[in-house]
Design a protein around this ligand. Structure first.
Ligand code: ZN
Length: 240
């Protein structure tokens, strides 16, 4: 088994792109897995190939480590439905205290699928962008949940499964900062230009923080995080 390999859950968004860069600085070989689960738009999935290309061009030292990409269809989430991410309902706060963008079971299903793929590929280190400091409060993004899933998968596969979550305890401003630490301005530019976080998949409206509708909760979070990152950057420049 290759201990120096990792499998990154890579959607084409800001968080998973930062996780991919994180893995590329730590593992000799990095494979990626993405999921088509009937999202409202395909902008994120289309971004994935652009991001691979940009990373290979801007980071020649990472290029040889970037291995196979896998894309799976998980129609079952769309079939179950009821989420604003798979159905054309509004993204708002639901009666259960969670945004209607919550897709029940999504991350558990993703991690299970990734671990099964890892089993076949001889990879036991998974990397995911789950984050519990996020506004959403998705219960399947919490550290406790992710750790419990890792334990369950280790038992189910009878092989150690580790889930690395480099973003778990940091906020969106710190996620930009982490990207800067990992790949400098070049990585910040790739994230700004190529990644899609917007719930509407908007690639028309350009902002300082990248493309997006600018009004959905995901754009709002990304914009605020970027603004704070820039403020912190100015502060660091003044201090240093
Ligand atoms: Zn948006």
């Amino acid at each position: 088994m290759m201990a120096d390999s990792a499998l990154v859950l890579f959607s084409g968004g800001q968080d998973s792109t930062t996780c991919l860069a994180w893995a590329l600085t730590r593992f000799a070989r990095v494979e990626t897995v993405g999921f088509d689960y009937g999202q409202r738009h395909h902008a994120e999935l289309e971004a994935r190939q652009r991001i691979f290309g940009a990373l290979r061009r801007s980071f020649p030292e990472w290029a040889p480590r970037l291995g196979e990409d896998h894309l799976f269809t998980l129609d079952v989430l769309k079939q179950i439905g009821g989420s604003a991410l798979t159905d054309s309902t509004a993204i708002e706060m639901g009666a259960n205290g969670l945004p209607t963008s919550f897709v029940p079971g999504r991350n558990v299903l993703f991690l299970t699928t990734a671990a099964a793929l890892g089993y076949r590929r001889g990879i036991c280190d998974l990397v995911g962008g789950m984050c519990e400091t996020d506004f959403s409060g998705y219960p399947d993004c919490r550290e406790k949940t992710v750790n419990a899933v890792a334990v369950a998968l280790t038992m189910a596969l009878d092989r150690p499964v580790t889930v690395h979550t480099p973003l778990m305890r940091i906020d969106k401003a710190e996620t930009w900062r982490l990207a800067e630490e990992l790949g400098g301005e070049a990585l910040i530019d790739i994230i700004r230009q190529e990644t899609v976080t917007c719930y509407e998949g908007d690639r028309i409206h350009e902002h300082a923080w990248g493309f997006g509708c600018g009004v959905c909760p995901a754009c709002d979070l990304r914009a605020k995080g970027y603004a704070k990152y820039c403020t912190d950057l100015d502060q660091r420049a003044q201090e240093g």
